[in-house]
Write a protein that binds this ligand. Sequence first.
Ligand code: B3K
Ligand code: ZN
Length: 879
Amino acid sequence: MIAQDNNAVIHREDYQPPLYRITEVALNVHLDPENTEVEACLHFQRLTAGPESELHLDGESLELLSILRDGQPLAENLFRSDATGLTLLNPEPEFLLETRVKIHPAANSTLSGLYFAGGQFLTQCEAEGFRRITYYLDRPDCLAKFTVTLHASRKTCPVLLANGNCIAQGDEDNDWHWARWEDPYPKPAYLFAMVAGDLAVQRDVFVTQSGRSVTLEIYVAERDLGACDQAMESLKRAMRWDEEGYGREYDLDRYMIVATDSFNMGAMENKGLNIFNSKYVLASPETATDTDYQGVESVIAHEYFHNWTGNRVTLRDWFQLSLKEGLTVFRDQEFSADMNSRGVQRIGDVRRLRSAQFPEDAGPLAHPVRPDAYSEINNFYTATVYEKGAELVRMIHTLLGKEGFRRGTDLYFERHDGHAVTIEDFVEAMEEANHYDLSRFRCWYSQAGTPQVKAEGSYDPASRSYTLTLQQSTPATPGQPNKEPVPIPVRMALLNTQGEKAVLDKTGAVEKVILLEQASQSWTFEGLPDPVIPSLLRGFSAPVRLDIALDDQARSFLAGVDDDPFNRWESAQELALKTLLSGVKNHQELEVLPAALKQALSATLKQSQMDPAFRAELLTLPSEDYIGEQMPVIAVDAIHRARETLLDKIGAHFHDEWLGLYQDLAGAYERDGASIGRRRLRNMALSYLIHSDHSRHEDMTLHARQQYVQADNMTDRLAAFQLLVQHPKHDAEDILLDFYQKWQDYPLVIDKWFAIQAMAPRPDTLRHVQHLLVHPAFDWKVPNRVRAVLGAFSMNPTLFHAADGSGYAFFAEQIRRLDDINPQTAARLATPLSRWQRYDKVRQQGMMNALQLLAAKAKLSRDLAEVIQRSYPASPGSA
Ligand code: B3K
Ligand code: ZN
């Protein structure tokens, strides 16, 4: 049952500035896996007058050993301690507080605070982990200078790291040693980090634009030293990019990255000492796919960019989370677009937005980019705060232009460096630097839900003009029944029958950004000699659902000629989507491939000059999830069947083309963009070849078997492995065994082995997944492994959503178990259950039963309690 106090809701409107500031922090940490002692010396200064006569310091799971004020033991009637921290009664305006606490890193399976995993001591303090290390004002607007002295056994922990610069080190008795680190930049506690362990290091140097040398260090296990090049090269590229694009230079002499297998998220931007999930550091051709390489590049860049957007300029409170996350995601997306193909990058970004954020925004967990209330802040590291937040920054960029945006960020950094600020401060800097009014734009930050834009256009031959009407509306979301119109920048062009862009106005522009501000608005474009077809929302210029009635012919035309890569892809997707949706309704419809779709695919298959990665995007069918999103009730099984059938049809119809591509695109492994695209397209050809089996009675899996055996890189090997393991009829036991034996010492590769099995659309998958949970390599304490099985299973449309409820029941049992070990990960994994309204009555019942089972759990964490409560407000436990 959900305990009342555990469930307390924090409101944005209740923000109060801190009573005291902490000017300096000195920590002395004696690291022992079972019992670590933390001595903290904090210098407090009162900031605001006022009547308050108590000062509350946050603290969680701490055992208080001693407490001194200004060097004297603090009398028992001058403080109080409970499960939430320590309260000082009648504190002086200025004082020094010294506390000594005991904590237990090895027993800390939450991976928040200080924990001991894989033989290393690590910390994770965002959002509120520092309070699990010592008593503190654990809030982002409390910035202090930290000095940290680590003590540990020299044998087990030869490396001792913390934020900033190492200023002294030495030996101690019993073969221990110590190191003292000082961070010259005042920072909030969430950016604190320390690491101790037996780590090898790869070093490099970066010379900044002003000529300072920065030592770059990546700390990994000895045997992974050969797999750090992608991370190191990406880091250097990111550092240069931030100098060139934003004028931002790195500010310390050292930049350290530590990789661990035990991490709740992707990575963490601690000042000068990033801690990373090894998934986003390690990459070698034999163990990492091209997608993994790109993941390393973007996460390394993301965490580096936080040094300015997040660390130098930080958050006033957690409601402002998107101030750093939305802006930093936008920056990392742009970085990746500059390093790779811009069009393909944008397609990937939008695909992620649509598959994660749109459903979130349409369900019970919907919240504004700047939320108004939370009970557990860790539940708000969401696709809305990150991905939709990035789209809002992108729209500001679109409205102000590249130079205007840069003027805005320059002012933002100049004004707020060293401060804890709000989203409002960012928007104001953008406005003031450009004399541009963003008053109405602010609604995007406070209003949840995905706006729907309906477009209608008509060409009038008599006046040689085209009139476009756009209408917007946003569906209600929890707590927000009525919605305002938001300003929506719509980048557009009009294409004539030759596929050329028509001139839109007197300046001769052929592409424009029009701003839809009202519920409905019209635009007329004149001087058009011929009929035109609109290309709207080019580059996906706003995070909305666009509804435009274009016939198949127009879509097929745009899929062939639109010079905006995103829209060209979108037209191809829409064609396929339409076929799929009619196939879901009536399977007979898929007997023959519709002409427009066939023509679009055939045209793409012939474009041998086109970037192969983009070509592969054009040939990819919408995912089952995306198809489901377009339906009032998600017809799980019919969607799966329709999509498989369409894949079979396309495979069979173009069998010779797929075979040709498969043969022509073979080549030695290289890491450049062209080779990556080539592998992507070739593996797609292989997948279609296997789908062509059904009609040809030839066993195309032989190609996959051969590729699996002969591949000299993980991209090709894994693609073949996945096709074989997930094939509904193929027996791949031997391949499963072989793969496991080859890679059992590589946790990141074994995660793939688990995930591919858990995602297989095979009737025996649930039973199989139950076995995976008792496999010797399964570990409840390692989030990557848990996600590889349970996270992957929850993304298996037909098995997770099995009509008999078996998938839900199994899943809820496991989440229940995980909640006692790692509540943050449990809560995050549970979110697919929130989508119950989207399914038929029988499945709804199954999902609600699962939520009820969770709600009834004893010792339910605040994390999971909040997700259940919001997903299913009527659940018995959440009253
Ligand atoms: N800021 C971290 C996320 C912390 C999540 C805390 N539950 C990673 C990032 O966005 O860069
Ligand atoms: Zn981030």
